[in-house]
Design a protein. Structure first.
Length: 238
């Protein structure tokens, strides 16, 4: 893929706009900006544009397909990246994915949790994960319902090489910002219930929610990790 000669400028101004949106959303919510991590979703572009982004100092990068993450993790200019897997992980891909990722956002079954536990044990590491929750009721979306979350959390007490660090969700496709905000509020409420019930003795510090279209709503509801893609690549993807 060839890129426009001013790709670096376009990317810098896209990134500046995204950072401003996050700053403003944090200020509006009365929140400390330093409590919000931006994961730059690079799934729309090739390794060289992804590496260009990394030169801006944004090193938390997200991919939704394990194979793309594997490829980019070995690419030049991306050695310092912290990779986030934000899409579905099949159990047979856990072994290769776990050693490359800082955080897996998409654990949606006890069987996957166990596969990640074995992969991390084999790698001599501890995998940090989030549990993906379906807050929108969207049938085609992956994700656990609240009972499923409780079951996976219970299982995680047995898994010595996995730490559940929080919850992740995607808002409903339909319904706009108001519906998105309701979905995000329900993720936060579920987190609070689980903590009150003692279901997560080590805490659930992270809520991964908010993308290009709904990051303001997510920050208002307590997001600690935003996953932003499209807004970064305006004018840069074919
Ligand atoms: C693609 C993707 C994103 C980024 O969405 P944008 O609307 O492009 O910002 C965030 N989260 C997940 C799970 C994704 O698959």
């Amino acid at each position: 893929m060839t890129h426009p000669s001013n790709a670096a400028d376009i990317l810098a101004s896209n990134l500046a706009r995204v950072r401003e949106r996050i700053d403003r959303a944090a200020a509006d919510a009365g929140r400390d900006r330093s409590g919000i991590v931006l994961v730059c979703v690079s799934k729309y572009v090739d390794a060289s544009l992804t590496a260009l982004l990394a030169t801006s100092g944004e090193l938390n990068l997200g991919e939704s397909r394990p194979q793309q993450l594997w490829e980019k993790a070995g690419a030049s200019g991306l050695q310092n990246a912290r990779w986030h897997l934000i899409g579905h992980l099949q159990r047979n891909k856990a072994k290769r994915t776990v050693p490359l990722t800082a955080l897996i956002h998409s654990v949606d079954s006890t069987r996957l949790l166990r596969a990640i536990d074995s992969a991390a044990a084999e790698a001599g590491s501890t995998a940090e994960v989030l549990l993906e929750v379906n807050c929108s009721g969207d049938a085609e979306k992956h994700g656990l319902d609240p009972d499923g979350v409780r079951a996976v959390l219970a299982e995680s007490q047995q898994a010595e090489h996995v730490q559940v660090r929080g919850l992740m969700t995607m808002a409903a496709r339909e319904g706009g910002p108001a519906e998105a905000q309701r979905n995000f509020a329900s993720l936060r409420e579920l987190r609070d219930e689980l903590l009150d019930a003692g279901s997560a003795p080590e805490g659930l510090p992270h809520l991964s929610m908010g993308m290009t279209g709904d990051l303001e709503a997510a920050v208002a509801e307590g997001s600690t990790i935003l996953r932003v893609g499209s807004a970064l690549w305006d004018g840069l993807r074919g």
